[in-house]
Design a protein around this ligand. Structure first.
Ligand code: GLY
Length: 398
């Protein structure tokens, strides 16, 4: 038997992007429901939480840079409001980042990044190896130089997710701890979704269906966003899973502070970063692997991360290794998110954040709430419309 409830907005996916969308929508007076078997789970449970708009700048991503910076600027106020609304600490630290080079090639790469940052009007300062070590004494003697970026901060994504769950509950969001089975579409318009209590159809313990009637559905299911049944082919979000393995070490109290800011580098072509938390956790990430839905932690992944991190900060081998985990980033064709209304009336997307989900959380909440209330994306987010991938739009632009 199928039970029914209704809402103005149903958000499918309870990771940080779905949660912030639901929270902001509820704050705007919309009756908001959210479907996820484990709200607060997903990629945020793995992510390191770097807010690295400047140090993760890439050629050709200048439009995305604008959105990343807009979100970074909002972070202090966003965190203050969220902590007030939830009574939870989020582990936000305005500690800055140091990107370092280990050899001549790395240094040339970092010099290029510095030049790109300056052309983009961003603040970063070039340091010699000695200056880097003065700032972070645990760095390897071989460090050849670095970029100090005082504006790239960090947050603890697990705490952020927890705070968002509480803020949603307090704002009156209805949680359905269920899987979304199928989008309901009647006469080319979204009318809600069917949820399955207990698990996907056919799974052990899967239970009854529940239908949520809602005129607007936001698909915010991270890397799973392309897998909901009932979504017409032309509007299926082009997201794919991109695996990242991440390690957690613990700095015992007498050794703290081990590092005072995020330290990162490109070693043999791979990114490695060390994110120190105030509670002694040291997060080391991350691999980037195109392996579909695989979330196995591999010996090779752990080895490479430890090897590269050890080259930067040799002392890490003394620390207890407390956790190894793999998550899936929602990759999109242009590495930028898909935000706002689709060509299917009533269906909106908030997905495809790839490497920037944590950074883009504040701005995503704001622009999605605006899109839900007015039907339009604000100017700052128009370039990220899902319609840029619509087959009709692409044919016209050929
Ligand atoms: N933004 C860091 C990562 O995706 O690994």
């Amino acid at each position: 038997m199928r039970s029914r409830t209704s809402a103005d907005v149903l958000v499918i996916g309870g990771g940080i992007i779905g949660l912030v969308t639901a929270w902001r929508a509820a704050q705007r007076g919309l009756r908001t429901a959210l479907a996820d078997p484990e709200p607060g789970g997903g990629a945020a449970q793995v992510a390191a939480g770097m807010l690295a708009a400047v140090t993760e700048l890439h050629y050709g991503e200048e439009t995305l840079l604008g959105l990343n910076l807009a979100s970074a600027r909002r972070y202090p106020e966003f965190v203050a409001e969220l902590q007030e609304a939830s009574g939870q600490d989020t582990g936000y630290r305005s500690c800055g980042t140091l990107a370092v080079a280990l050899d001549t090639d790395d240094r040339a790469h970092l010099r290029e990044l510095h030049a790109l940052q300056r052309r983009s009007g961003l603040e970063s300062e070039w340091l010699t190896g000695r200056e880097c070590r003065r700032l972070e004494p645990m760095l390897a003697p071989g460090v050849r130089g670095g970029l100090r970026v005082d504006g790239d901060h960090q947050i603890d994504p697990r705490r952020l997710a927890k705070a968002l769950v509480v803020a949603c509950e307090r704002a009156g969001v209805t949680f359905h701890r269920s899987w979304a089975q199928r989008l309901s579409v009647v006469r080319d318009r979204v009318t809600g979704a069917v949820l399955r209590e207990g698990g996907p159809a056919g799974a052990e313990g899967s239970g009854a269906d529940h239908e949520v009637a809602a005129g607007r559905v936001v698909l915010a299911a991270g890397s799973l966003s392309g897998r909901l049944d009932g979504v017409p082919e032309e509007v299926v979000p082009p997201v794919r899973p991109v695996k990242g393995q991440v390690l957690r070490l613990t700095v015992p109290r007498p050794y703290a502070p081990f590092l005072s800011r995020t330290v990162r580098a490109v070693v043999r072509g791979s990114q490695v970063y060390l994110v120190p938390r105030e509670n002694g956790e040291l997060v080391v990430g991350a691999t980037t692997e195109e392996l579909g839905w695989d979330t196995t932690v591999t010996a090779g992944g752990v080895y490479e991360l430890l090897r590269d991190a050890h080259e930067l900060v040799p002392g890490i081998t003394e620390l207890p290794l407390t956790e190894t985990r793999a998550g899936l980033r929602p990759g999109s064709p242009d590495n930028a998110p898909l935000l706002g209304p689709t060509e299917l009336p009533g269906l909106l997307l908030a997905t495809g954040h790839y490497r920037n989900g944590v950074l883009l959380t504040p701005v995503t909440g704001d622009v999605m709430a605006q899109a839900l209330v007015t039907g339009e994306l604000p100017e700052e987010a128009r370039a990220f419309t899902p319609r840029r991938f619509s087959p009709v739009r692409q044919e016209l632009s050929v």
